[in-house]
Design a protein around this ligand. Structure first.
Ligand code: FES
Length: 285
């Protein structure tokens, strides 16, 4: 197939292609996955209640829905809210606008949201499916300006560079999630295990696999080195780079797996807190 033929396809219009395979399946799944996540995230954050479960017991331990962690402030008197000692800064602030629900989730979702939104893998996915430029390889795209009009990520989308900064915050969130997982293995100070504990433990493990396969981290730990055989630091960078490189090759897989897992874990805690699901656990023996 000549280059001219491919150019013609793009010029003929959106979705025009000579491909005979199910090229639309991948972009279709991406639309479904990302839309479901956005709708669920909005629903969960807007709830502002039933994000904590400890079977009515005080003391150390309990389940915290991941979309609400870390808890910066807590509104007292809300059904299914965490005890005040779990709040980093105390009671709910008086400056919070009355038209917004007093949801701790609304305070903390922006940073991980921006981290995901600017991830190199997700960029590829949503540039294709939401802006159709092009929807898939060798498939006609939306009308574009010529090459001279293409600015890549040096134009408006230069904001995507914020990714390398939000990456540091994402690592901090993982530490907090590991603490939440640790907390979930206790109820009323008693050590045990429930399905919620396993879901809350799987969450930071998968997020670690996703985040440490990040291109920015790969650059940080070894990718920026010009010479791996030059001295001890080169060797250290090479070894680090191999681990991050392994995760990086599976970045798409961990991007989706961690996204789905955190949704399931969050939904599960909400349902258990509302009393819609009984959490199977050793505490109930
Ligand atoms: S490139 Fe995907 S998390 Fe950084």
């Amino acid at each position: 197939m000549s280059t001219n033929t491919i150019t013609d396809i793009h010029e003929k219009g959106l979705f025009k292609t000579l491909r005979t395979d199910n090229w639309w399946l991948y972009p279709g799944l991406v639309v479904f996955g990302l839309s479901s996540f956005l709708i669920y995230g909005f629903w969960s954050a807007w709830q502002a209640d039933y994000y904590w479960y400890s079977a009515g017991q005080g003391g150390f331990g309990g389940y915290l829905a991941p979309f609400y962690s870390p808890l910066l402030f807590i509104k007292e008197g809300v059904e299914g809210a965490a005890p005040m000692e779990h709040s980093l800064f105390g009671a709910w602030p008086s400056w919070w606008p009355a038209w917004l629900p007093p949801s701790p989730s609304l305070l903390i979702l922006a940073v991980p949201g921006i981290f995901r939104f600017t991830c190199y893998y997700y960029r590829k996915a949503y540039y294709r499916v939401f802006s159709g430029t092009p929807p898939a390889c060798a498939v006609g795209s939306l009308p574009r300006k010529g090459k001279e009009g293409y600015k890549g990520e040096t134009g408006l989308m230069i904001v995507q560079n914020v990714h390398r900064i939000t990456m540091y915050f994402a690592v901090m969130y993982i530490i907090v999630f590991f603490y939440d997982a640790y907390l979930s293995f206790f109820r009323g100070g008693e050590l045990g295990i429930g399905l919620g504990s396993l879901l809350l433990l799987g969450n930071p493990i998968l997020l670690t696999c996703y985040t440490f396969g990040c291109h920015s981290i790969r650059h940080l730990v070894g990718g920026r080195m010009d010479c791996y055989s030059c001295g001890m630091m080169g060797e250290v960078a090479h070894n680090n780079g191999k681990i991050v490189g392994w995760l990086n090759q599976r970045h798409e897989f961990f991007a989706w797996f961690s996204l789905i897992w955190i949704m399931i874990a969050d939904f599960y805690i909400h349902m258990v807190s509302m009393g819609n699901i009984i959490d199977p656990s050793t505490w109930s023996f």
